[in-house]
Design a protein around this ligand. Structure first.
Ligand code: ADP
Ligand code: ADP
Length: 235
């Protein structure tokens, strides 16, 4: 069965005219790499927030339907438990950093998982190599470039090894070279791990070679979806 099951799901923020999401039905399977595209205001970020339980958690509005992750409704997870399964990287990584160095930033989340010191060391090594962050480990997060910050934010989520990763415009603030680097990391992840990855992205050029399936959101609805091979023939 699907690792994510969304049924007749709608969400309307308080004091707004129209629902941000309107009657969404989606199944996403384990190991799938899904690309989500759509114009500004289509509901992409709202969908990402819904998968991580931030909606309805930190927002006020009216919800209809269900969002299930691994067979369980997102609201049914105890606090913090859902976030171990679903790692979200938002487009503004600045807000996510709290530690004094990049290394501490990566270690912090792993300590919170209650991992042993050898396990923490092993994951740190793995993720540092994967995202090419070695030279940045001793640096304070505020001293590194925008592209490097996005790589650290991605590494911090990767290190937690969530079953599902949701990346909301992970390269929106990047130059083409840094963008390519992030997608290289995602490519390795796809080849070497069996994560379920959902990427919201404007850069189709980088997304298309990786995505198994594409979804077009428009005005809170799934306007079009299908295997990447055939998706663009339908437009
Ligand atoms: P996208 O990510 O595709 O740009 P969003 O999910 O950010 O779309 O927004 C979908 C709709 O919900 C938009 O009309 C937006 O203005 C509205 N919206 C998003 N966040 C809020 C919020 N916190 N309060 C009220 N309306 C919001
Ligand atoms: P994106 O298009 O990349 O999703 P937005 O610019 O739509 O980003 O939204 C950025 C932030 O502003 C989000 O946190 C979103 O929830 C919030 N936001 C968007 N629209 C509204 C709105 N109408 N009222 C309040 N907050 C909003």
């Amino acid at each position: 069965s699907a690792i994510i099951e969304i049924r007749d799901y709608s969400w309307q923020y308080l004091n707004t005219e129209n629902p941000a999401l309107n009657g969404i039905n989606l199944d996403i399977y384990e190991g799938e790499f899904v690309g989500i595209i759509g114009p500004n205001g289509a509901g992409k970020t709202t969908l990402a927030l819904s998968l991580d339980g931030l909606i309805p958690g930190q927002y006020h509005g009216v919800k209809q339907g269900t969002v299930k992750v691994m067979g369980k409704e997102v609201e049914a997870y105890p606090r913090g438990e859902l976030q171990r399964q679903v790692g979200v990287v938002f487009s503004d990584p600045e807000a996510q950093f709290t530690a004094m160095t990049v290394e501490d930033e990566l270690v912090f989340g792993l300590e919170n998982l209650g991992l042993s010191i050898p396990e923490i060391r092993e994951r740190l090594e793995w993720v540092t190599e994967l995202t090419a962050l070695k030279s940045l480990l001793p640096k304070p997060p505020y001293e590194i470039s925008g592209g490097q910050k996005q790589r650290v934010a991605l590494a911090a989520v990767l290190a937690m090894m969530p079953k599902i990763m949701v990346l909301d415009e992970p390269t929106s603030m990047l130059d083409p070279v840094s963008r390519k680097r992030i997608f290289e990391v995602l490519g390795r992840l796809k080849r070497e791990q069996n994560n379920t990855v959902i990427v919201i992205e404007h850069s189709l050029e980088n997304l298309i070679p990786l995505a198994d399936r594409m979804i077009l959101l428009s005005e809170g609805q799934v306007a079009l979806q299908g295997p990447t091979r055939t998706f663009f023939q339908q437009i």
